[in-house]
Design a protein around this ligand. Structure first.
Ligand SMILES: [Fe+2]
Ligand SMILES: [Fe+2]
Length: 275
């Protein structure tokens, strides 16, 4: 295969209780149905509230299963709980082995690796980082072997949380610690990835579209497919709009297109929680 077409969707936050979000998912489904990429990746917050509602995860899985293309999933904090951090308040629902297991039982996996068009693709569970649970250690060992086993192929990494705001040295302020991969894992991951030919890090979580390059690595923040967070709750960093991201990988190069599906609405979180 000399070209591999991949579509990233993120932060779909699906639940039977939020038909507006289901409607936005139908809009991107129509787009994907017409475009027929080789793979769709959902980079997390697939469900509205996985920790309290397995039904939300099953509902989300059913909608994705209706897509006419292959799919892979990664968990978000709204699927399996959030990372403990050394800075700021502890998350109300920390990621646990049980919540991870529940996600895997619905979606089949929480991390993955595959190769296509001369690239190695690696998907990570970013919520168990700093959790101190067995699957965190297992994933650390697995990641090292996946990076080392790529045979020099360029690497594209996918995970729910961005690594950092602008640089790995950004201070981990309490107000934003929960937005990025927490320390000390962030520094460890940056150092580990620096030893390999990583060219793309694609994330979700922030519900803002962003595209920047830092030291040869392109960082793509996928927007939410479902909704945006109002300015009174979250500062503007990138672009607050719903949408999806399309990639074309060829041996030794890739292209990125930031797109919106026809009819995909810019729903505000305010419209969802004022009920
Ligand atoms: Fe989200
Ligand atoms: Fe998230």
């Amino acid at each position: 295969m000399t070209e591999f077409r991949l579509t990233q969707v993120s932060d779909t936050h699906l639940s039977r209780n939020f038909p507006k979000l289901t409607e936005n998912f139908h809009r991107i489904s129509t787009h994907i149905n017409a475009d027929r990429p080789d793979l769709v990746i959902n980079t997390g917050d697939v469900s509205w509230d996985g920790p309290t509602s397995r039904a939300d995860m099953e509902f989300a899985k059913g909608l994705h299963a209706a897509l006419p293309v292959e799919r892979r999933y990664l968990p978000g904090n709204h699927d399996i709980g959030d990372n403990p951090t050394a800075v700021g308040v502890a998350p109300s629902c920390p990621a646990t082995e049980e919540l991870r297991d529940a996600f895997v039982s619905v979606f089949g996996e929480d991390r993955w690796q595959f190769e296509a068009a001369g690239w190695r693709f690696i998907g990570l569970n970013s919520l168990i980082m700093n959790a101190g649970i067995p699957s965190e250690t297992e994933q650390d060992d697995w990641l090292k072997s996946q990076l080392a086993g790529g045979g020099g192929k360029p690497i594209a990494l996918f995970l729910h949380k961005p690594l950092f705001l602008n640089t790995p040295e950004d201070p981990e302020e309490a107000a934003t610690a929960i937005r990025f991969v927490p320390q000390p894992n962030r520094a460890q991951l940056v150092a580990l990835l620096g030893a390999y030919d990583v060219r793309l890090i694609a994330s979700g979580h922030v519900h803002q579209r962003r595209d920047f390059t830092y030291r040869h690595i392109r960082h793509i923040w996928a927007p939410s497919a479902g909704f945006v967070i109002p300015d009174r709750m979250q500062e503007v960093i990138g672009i607050k709009e719903t949408g999806l991201v399309e990639y074309r990988f060829r041996p030794d190069s890739f292209e990125v297109r930031h797109v919106r599906a026809a009819g995909q609405a810019n729903i505000s979180l305010d419209e969802l929680i004022r009920r």
